[in-house]
Design a protein around this ligand. Sequence first.
Ligand SMILES: Nc1ncnc2c1ncn2[C@@H]1O[C@H](COP(=O)(O)OP(=O)(O)OP(=O)(O)O)[C@@H](O)[C@H]1O
Length: 258
Amino acid sequence: MSFITINNIWQEYGDHVVLERLNLQINAGEFCSMVGASGCGKSTFLRLLLGQEAPSRGSITLDGKPLRAEPDSSRGVVFQRYSVFPHLSVLDNVAIGLELPQSPLFGRLFGAKKRAAREQAAQMLTKVGLGHALDKYPAQLSGGMQQRLAIAQAFITQPRVLLLDEPFGALDPGIRKDMHALLLQLWGETRMTVFMVTHDLSEGFNLGTRLLVFDKVRLDPQAPNAYGARITYDIPLNETRLSGLSGTAPDNVYALRG
Ligand SMILES: Nc1ncnc2c1ncn2[C@@H]1O[C@H](COP(=O)(O)OP(=O)(O)OP(=O)(O)O)[C@@H](O)[C@H]1O
């Protein structure tokens, strides 16, 4: 049985059909790059995977169970666009990812548990190259550093599914390359299942173990919204990276938007 099963999903807003007849089987640990024309429904698909919206028709299952219609605590905190908290230091931005699930009422830990969470967060931040910036605030960081922080925040609780919506879209090419290396390193270590929307085809090819192309196969010039996009190509990539997969991380889903 596959880890995530997309069973004939459609997404419609009124009479605007955005997605139609999507069927997919995703194994744990796959890295799916998603490309397609602007407005064809890639972000909509991510919202469905996140459980932020329910599909108009069809179903999504994760480990054989229906995905809840809303992100819930079993899937952890969801970080959206500009997912870092501007009023928290770099260290607190990551530590809070550990503190919130353990202390849902106060959102903070105390004593030894707090020290352990902060130590773990500091180690994660060192890993993403922000070990020197623990006390800074997001506004004091460059765009690349902010995305490193967002990545540290997303990885700290080891989600099983990571959703990335053009996470590197705003970064310079050189910094993008560094971020690609970082993402591949973290994915290699954690083997989480990744869905990444990108407008950069080479980024999609380089990072993914699978490239999903979204496109409309039916078009009515008189009624442009009558038909939705489907997955027109599903191309296996970089398959050697898939060896030795395991899917033992906790059941969390995170989003990171560019
Ligand atoms: N809640 C909503 N209500 C109505 N229409 C919506 C809603 N959400 C998305 N849409 C429409 O769905 C279509 C697809 O949007 P979506 O953002 O998913 O596309 P996309 O492929 O991610 O685009 P881009 O590459 O430009 O980010 C758009 O026409 C958008 O207006």
